[in-house]
Ligand binder design. Structure first.
Ligand code: TXA
Ligand code: MG
Length: 324
């Protein structure tokens, strides 16, 4: 298992930054999920991240930076991108923008595309780390490709060996689902590639209607019905009854009765609370040895779009193509 150290100690962040600058991989907390950080300019370091995750090399990573000015060094901002960055950064929004040429971003990180995904995280540990590295840090979610994303340092440590140099422990992630990914690279069609922590309505109020991902887009992973975020136990969605040999993932004040074991995403029916608990509870129920995890319906509005997206992909049966 990799070393796990308390991120509230300033020397821990300095050590993490040195390891990244040296080509190592460091897991760190963001407000959404833990990320697996490596220097975005280093083909070798990025290659190690793909190998550690078992991620297909065709699926590009997000470059994390401290602020918009650092992003503008390698990504082209138009007026809408500026408006989104102004309103939501730092925060859980990722923008896909044209990649400037030449740039220091590794072609391995961007999967050779003419676009790049950028994000300015809000978590104080992520900000301190990016401030200390002073260069873009690629950071996919710190899980093996296709598995449930990690929201605690213990989740990360349980998935990796010493290919990860260090895990910075910043406690539980507050939001609990990944950033929203918006593709602004085609000015005629702004696309919501991945529903996430910033909900569609908040984005559409600012820049107008968002299109679905292109069926023939350069990256097939986000927005597509690929298996992803999956525990080993089978998942059954929209449960209105539950069997004695099933585990229940409930939502709301009236959980179904009769399951072998049950956890409630939010007794109060609060979607923010449900998102923050989703991955941790999926992991817990996965260990219950139940035949199947039955999931009660979760409303689709607000953060519910992201929660339902993750649940649908988690429920796709094993054997289908997966991506990180
Ligand atoms: O909340 C998050 O975004 C977390 C934390 C660690 O920041 N990171 C994360 O990274 O979720 P990852 O690699 O698990 O997901 C990144 C998503 C993938 O679906 C990838 O296909 C998409 O962003 N992506 C990256 N670059 C892209 C590009 N140039 N065009 C389209 N999609 C892109
Ligand atoms: Mg991921």
């Amino acid at each position: 298992m990799p070393d796990v150290i308390d991120a509230s100690d300033r020397s821990a962040v300095v050590r993490a930054a040195e390891l990244i600058l040296d080509g190592g991989i460091v897991a760190f907390p963001t407000e959404t999920v833990y990320g697996l950080g490596a220097l975005a300019s280093s083909d070798r370091a990025i290659g190690r991240v793909y190998a550690a995750k078992g991620r297909p090399s065709s699926n590009p990573l997000i470059a994390h930076v401290a602020d918009r000015a650092s992003a503008a060094i390698f990504a082209e901002f138009d007026e809408r991108a500026d408006r989104l960055a102004e309103k939501f950064w730092p925060g859980p929004l990722t923008l896909v923008l044209p990649l400037k040429v030449p740039s220091a971003i590794s072609m391995v990180m961007s999967a050779g595309l003419s676009t790049v995904a950028v994000r300015v995280p809000a978590h104080p540990v992520a900000r301190a780390l990016l401030g200390a590295v002073e260069l873009p840090v690629a950071a996919p979610s710190a899980n093996r490709s296709g598995h449930v994303s990690p929201t605690t340092a213990a989740h990360v440590a349980g998935e990796f060996g010493n290919e990860v140099s260090l895990v910075l422990d910043g406690g539980s992630c507050e939001v609990g689902v990944e950033s929203t990914v918006v593709d602004l690279s085609d000015p005629d069609r702004v696309r919501l590639l991945r529903p996430g922590a910033i909900d569609r309505q908040a984005l559409e109020r600012l820049i107008g209607p968002l299109c679905a991902p292109a069926a023939d887009g350069p990256v097939r992973a986000p927005g597509m019905m690929l298996r992803h975020y999956s525990p080993d136990t089978a998942i059954r969605l929209d449960a209105t009854s539950v069997d004695a040999d099933e585990a229940l993932l409930a939502f709301g004040p009236k959980p179904l009765e009769g399951a072998a074991t049950a956890l409630n995403l939010s007794e109060a029916g609060n979607l923010d609370e449900a998102a923050s608990r989703l991955y941790g509870m999926m992991r817990q129920l996965d260990q219950s040895r139940a035949r199947c995890i039955a999931v009660m319906p979760v409303p689709a509005h607000g953060l519910g779009e992201a929660i339902n997206d993750r649940l649908r992909r988690a429920a796709i049966a094993d054997g289908k193509a997966s991506a990180a």
